[in-house]
Design a protein around this ligand. Structure first.
Ligand SMILES: Nc1ncnc2c1ncn2[C@@H]1O[C@H](COP(=O)(O)OP(=O)(O)OP(=O)(O)O)[C@@H](O)[C@H]1O
Ligand SMILES: [Mg+2]
Length: 291
């Protein structure tokens, strides 16, 4: 029998009760921000979560948006092994795009939907401290590792959640751009998955949901894995089945689980209202992580 609206609302009741007062960190991938309609649906989902008593905190990415502006501005970056090196001119654009355009468009859309969002970068209230990252690269599984210097790319050394707690307590929804400050005041671009796992841990979040542009983690045959543990993930990374932007995402998801976040999921933001379907209905979607 077809479910009525009332059935669906009643189905949501136990979830709403469970999430009341719970911090839910949502990583909103730049790749999921494809069109206005989907972005609007996402903004409404976040607003609804707040209004039913959860404390959503959004950490956003913005890879495609940064690349577009770098191209428009004619900034020719250096690439090493397919990876863009973040020199100072590139970092300036990264900070402008992430902390400016991308951050404020999410803020505005949530406010339009009736929420009260406030945009922050990791610099505000010393939210995210960082240090320079070096990357080990192996051409093939057997070749010796090479060290790559990605430029002004950071890893998180500390999260000071005070500013988030202050905003949340006052009814605001914090929207965080993944930029952090080094010990000497340098600005670092940080992978947003990394920021999300650290922020979720610091806030003792009950959930971390990573919203991206695929249904979840896929196996060799392109089948969706509805759950994934550390051991299986390591094998899939070694085999090259998990690649590119999915590698930091999976590692951050597993870190968050091991650091005490109860449940971590990857879901497809290209499905309208994916967040509500995941959180408020019986039908789990995407990939759930296990220790
Ligand atoms: N095994 C896999 N299963 C699913 N996706 C995979 C896998 N291996 C690699 N990927 C890639 O990972 C991508 C998701 O990571 P990506 O970094 O591109 O997006 P994002 O993190 O959501 O956005 P942003 O980095 O801008 O915040 C997918 O689009 C897919 O192409
Ligand atoms: Mg990514």
């Amino acid at each position: 029998m077809e479910k009525t609206v009332a059935d669906i609302l009643v189905e949501a009741l136990p979830y709403i009760r469970e999430f009341s007062g719970m911090t839910i960190v949502i990583k909103y991938g730049g790749h999921a921000m494809v069109d206005e309609d989907l972005k609007d649906a996402f903004a409404r989902d976040i607003t609804l979560l707040k209004l039913v008593g959860a404390n959503p905190v959004v950490v956003h990415g913005g890879g495609p948006q940064i690349n577009k502006v770098l191209d428009q501005m004619g900034i020719c970056s250096t690439f090493v092994k397919g990876m863009r090196i973040t020199d100072q001119p590139t970092m300036d654009v990264v900070e402008m795009v992430l902390g400016g355009k991308v951050n404020k468009s999410i803020v505005a859309q949530i406010n339009q939907a009736g929420g009260r969002a406030v945009g922050l970068s990791g610099k505000d209230g010393e939210l995210i401290k960082a240090r320079k990252m070096t990357i080990m690269h192996k051409e093939t599984a057997d070749s010796p590792p090479e060290i790559i210097d990605p430029g002004l790319v950071g890893e998180v050394t500390a999260v000071n959640p005070r500013i988030i707690n202050t905003l949340t307590r006052e009814g605001f929804i914090p929207i965080i751009a993944p930029v952090g400050t080094g010990d000497n005041g340098e600005t670092f671009n940080i992978n947003a998955d990394l920021v999300a796992s650290h922020v979720a841990t610091a806030l003792k979040a009950g959930r971390l949901i990573m919203v991206t542009d695929v249904d979840g983690v896929k196996d060799q045959e392109d089948n969706l894995l509805s759950s994934l543990n550390a051991h299986a993930a390591a094998t899939l990374i070694d085999e090259g089945v998990i690649a590119g932007g999915m590698i930091p995402k999976v590692n951050c998801a597993l870190d968050a689980i091991s650091w005490g976040v109860n449940k971590v999921h990857i879901i497809n933001g290209r499905r309208r209202h994916a967040l509500l379907l995941e959180l408020l209905t019986d039908k789990g979607i995407g990939t759930e992580f296990k220790a």
